[in-house]
Design a protein around this ligand. Structure first.
Ligand code: AP5
Length: 276
C-alpha cells in the first residue's frame, strides 16, 4: 500500500480573532482511495442501468456542437454514426466503400450497416456506464433494433434530447461549417470562426487560414455539406427520422430544446433537460 503526505489548507475559527487560515499535514493512503473508487465504479457498472441518451436533431441543428459538453458533463462517450462512417470512408474499409456515395449525396446508409456498427461499439468498456448516441437511430427500424439490443440486458433508452431548429436556418449553418477531422471540432465562418480565419476581398474565408484553434491543423469542409445534399438530408430527416420521436413519446423521455439560439443558450437548456 503506497501512501503520501499531503498539505491541506484548512479554515479554523478560534472564536476571538475570526477566521484564520492554517495548514495541517494529513497522511492520505492513495491506493486505498483508488480501490474504493474502483469498487464503486464496478458496482455501478454491474448493478445500475446504463444511461443511454439519444441526441436528436436535423442536420446542422447542433448535435456535434453540444455533444462534447455532454460527454464532459456525464463522462460517457458520444457515439456518432456519422463520424464512424466517415472514418470508414477515409480508411476505405468495405463498409466505407459501400457508404461513400450514399453519404456524399445526402442519403441514408443501410440500417443493417449502422445497426451492426452500434451493436459492436456499445460493447466496449468505455460504454459501461452509458453512452450518447449522435445520429442514431435515424429510422424507425433502427430505433426498434436499438430497443431490441438494449432489452437483451434489460436496458432501454433513458432520454432523448431533441434539438429543434427551423429548416430555413440550417442551410447557412451547414454551408458555413468547417471541421477539424481528427477531433471532430466544428467551426462556422460566421457563428464560430477559428481564431486564424482571414477573409478575402469577396468576403469568403481564405481556405489556407482555416486552422484548428487547438492544434493549428487545417480544417476541412464535408463533401455532403452542400445546399443540394442538404435538401436530400432534410427529406430523410422529416420522412424517416422524425417519426422516431413519436415512438418514444409515450415513455415520457423526449425533451425538446430550442436550438435556434446562441450555443451558450442551447447548452443551458440541454443541461436542464438532462436533469431528472
Ligand atoms: P451525421 O454526421 O450524423 O450528420 P447530420 O446528422 O446530418 O448532422 P451534422 O453533423 O451535419 O450536424 P450537427 O447537428 O452535428 O451540427 P453541428 O453541431 O456540426 O451524418 C452524416 C451522414 O452519415 C448522413 O447524411 C448519412 O448518410 C450517414 N449516416 C449517419 N448516421 C446514419 C444512420 N444512423 N443511418 C443511416 N445513415 C447514417 O452544427 C452545424 C454548424 O452550425 C456548425 O458549423 C456549428 O458551428 C454551427 N452551429 C451549431 N450550433 C449553432 C448555434 N446554436 N447557432 C449558430 N450556429 C451553430
Amino acid at each position: 500500500m503506497s501512501s503520501f503526505l499531503s498539505r491541506f489548507a484548512m479554515l479554523c475559527c478560534d472564536g476571538t480573532t475570526g477566521m484564520e487560515e492554517t495548514t495541517k499535514e494529513v497522511e492520505v493512503d492513495a491506493s486505498a482511495i483508488q480501490e474504493a473508487v474502483d469498487q464503486t465504479k464496478e458496482k455501478f457498472a454491474t448493478y445500475w442501468p446504463r444511461n443511454i441518451i439519444i441526441l436528436f436533431g436535423a442536420p446542422g441543428s447542433g448535435k456535434g456542437t453540444v455533444a462534447p459538453n455532454m460527454e464532459a458533463l456525464l463522462e460517457t462517450p458520444q457515439l456518432s454514426t456519422g463520424d464512424m462512417l466517415r472514418a470508414a470512408v477515409a480508411a476505405q474499409t468495405e463498409i466505407g466503400k459501400q457508404a461513400q456515395e450514399v453519404m456524399k449525396a445526402g442519403g441514408l446508409v443501410s440500417d443493417e450497416i449502422v445497426v451492426g456498427i452500434i451493436r459492436d461499439r456499445i460493447k466496449e468498456d468505455d460504454c459501461k456506464f452509458g453512452f450518447i448516441l449522435d445520429g442514431f437511430p435515424r429510422t424507425l427500424d433502427q430505433a426498434k433494433a436499438l430497443d431490441a439490443m438494449l432489452s437483451e440486458e434489460g436496458a432501454c433508452v433513458t432520454k432523448i434530447i431533441a434539438l429543434t431548429v427551423p429548416d430555413e436556418v440550417l442551410e447557412e449553418r451547414i454551408c458555413g461549417r468547417w471541421i477539424h477531422k481528427s477531433s471532430g471540432r466544428s467551426y462556422h465562418v460566421k457563428f464560430a470562426p477559428p481564431k486564424s480565419m482571414v477573409l478575402k476581398d469577396d468576403g469568403k474565408p481564405d481556405p489556407e487560414s482555416m486552422l484548428d484553434d487547438e492544434t493549428d491543423e487545417p480544417l476541412m469542409q464535408r463533401p455532403d455539406d452542400t445546399a443540394e445534399a442538404l435538401v436530400k438530408r432534410l427529406e430523410g430527416y422529416h420522412g424517416e427520422t422524425v417519426p422516431i420521436l413519436e415512438h418514444y413519446e409515450s415513455a415520457g423521455i423526449v425533451k425538446k430544446v430550442n436550438a435556434d439560439q446562441k450555443p451558450e443558450g442551447v447548452w443551458e437548456e440541454v443541461q436542464t433537460a438532462l436533469k431528472r
